[in-house]
Design a binder for this molecule. Structure first.
Ligand code: MRU
Length: 365
């Protein structure tokens, strides 16, 4: 996608040094577009841990590149396995990270150590390219859903879509998952408006989704996380589309904390609740999302404090709570499959169920 007319992906090989990769520092959005150059696995691991780079598909791509860079200095078996576990352990909920590292290891284990670095670079680049193609296909499939909703409406009528967190192009290598259909609809002239949940505590909606949509010229309104149910009760939401960090083979969906409450409100108000994902987000080994998906617990300081820019243009972090109060910060929740209208994948849309997923991915039966 473009920033000020210049096309970017969210991760790329440095044009100055082929042994380094570049990412955006997402902790600086929307106030600055800072590009970071990462030269080794430690820098990549730190960028994932501190959420300079984030979003399920993107941390998979970053992990793959982190492993590739590690093989330049030590391509031996022991070092490769150690680097792989270190990178895979940086964030627990998004299965894309583990998936990408496993795919890299499967490719690289049979390769001679001296050939591993180049083989790893090629595989990491392929993971990135495939992510772009999958998300573009998700965009087309999700746009078909939007067209279905619009079929029975007067032409030009606005469609209101609510989304949570950031599942846009900067959460993937390009296009995004939940936002890909919205970009395609907007580009085709559909009158689309997006309700953007601010997404406390880190505010990925307010800071990232709003920034992306604004750069692409998509009309949007940021709302407090608790406003969605009210808007649904008043007929102001036609459709919810969110991304996900892990989907079980039975269709349970882990996504940013607060997604479950939106799904409950959507069910109560007959608002379709769709989840967009590349197949790299499906964990075919688990069935019960609530029991089996590990939920990342992040620092309490993300709840007790908030960061932003003051009126003088100075970036500040301020405390919100009394000093003695405790804070807890589970970063994701699980929406059970029965609350999900359906899944939008690169192979098409399906019910959030084992049958639904297997109808699109029969090789997994
Ligand atoms: O903690 P984050 O910002 O990495 O969480 C991101 C999300 O929850 C996204 O909705 C999810 O990764 C889907 S990204 C296309």
């Amino acid at each position: 996608m473009k920033i000020n007319g210049i096309p970017y992906r969210s991760i790329w090989v440095s044009p100055e040094d082929r042994h380094a990769i570049c990412i955006f520092d997402q902790t600086k959005f929307p106030f600055a577009v800072d590009i970071l150059t990462l030269r080794d696995k430690h820098a990549v691991a730190d960028a994932i841990l501190t959420m300079k780079t984030r979003g399920a598909p993107l941390i998979g791509a970053a992990g793959a590149w982190g492993l590739a860079l590690s093989l330049r200095t030590d391509p031996g078996n022991e070092a490769m396995e150690e680097s792989a576990s270190m990178l895979a352990g940086t964030r627990p909920t998004a299965v894309n990270l583990r998936w990408a590292i496993d795919r890299m290891l499967e490719k690289l284990r049979p390769v001679k150590p001296e050939d591993r670095y180049e083989a790893a670079r090629a595989e990491a680049a392929l993971i990135c390219d495939e992510d772009v193609m999958q998300n573009e296909a998700i965009g087309r499939n999700g746009f078909d859903l939007i067209k279905d909703i619009l079929k029975n409406r007067p032409s030009g009528k606005q469609i209101n879509i609510l989304t949570h967190c950031n599942a846009g192009w900067i959460a993937t290598v390009d296009w995004g998952t939940a936002l890909a259909p919205i970009y395609m609809a907007a580009d085709s002239g559909v009158n689309v408006h997006v309700w953007v949940d601010e997404t406390r505590p880190r505010n990925q909606g307010a800071s990232l989704t709003a920034w992306e949509l604004g750069k692409h010229g998509v009309p949007h309104t940021v709302i407090a996380d608790n406003a969605g149910g009210h808007l649904m009760q008043h007929g102001l939401v036609d459709l919810v589309i969110v991304g996900t960090d892990r989907v079980t083979r039975t269709g349970d969906v882990a996504n940013k904390i607060g997604t479950y409450l939106k799904a409950l409100a959507a069910k109560d108000n007959n608002v379709p609740f769709w989840v967009a994902l590349p197949s790299t987000t499906i964990d075919w080994n688990i069935r019960d999302g609530i029991k089996e998906i590990p939920i990342e617990e992040r620092s309490a300081s993300e709840v007790s404090h908030i960061a932003g820019m003051d009126a003088d243009g100075v970036f500040r972090t301020v405390r919100l709570m009394p000093e003695g109060s405790k804070a807890a910060n589970p970063a994701f929740d699980v929406t059970p499959a029965h609350l999900v209208t359906g899944l939008i994948t690169e192979r098409g849309c399906c019910a959030a169920s084992e049958e639904g997923l297997l109808s699109l991915f029969p090789e997994r039966s």
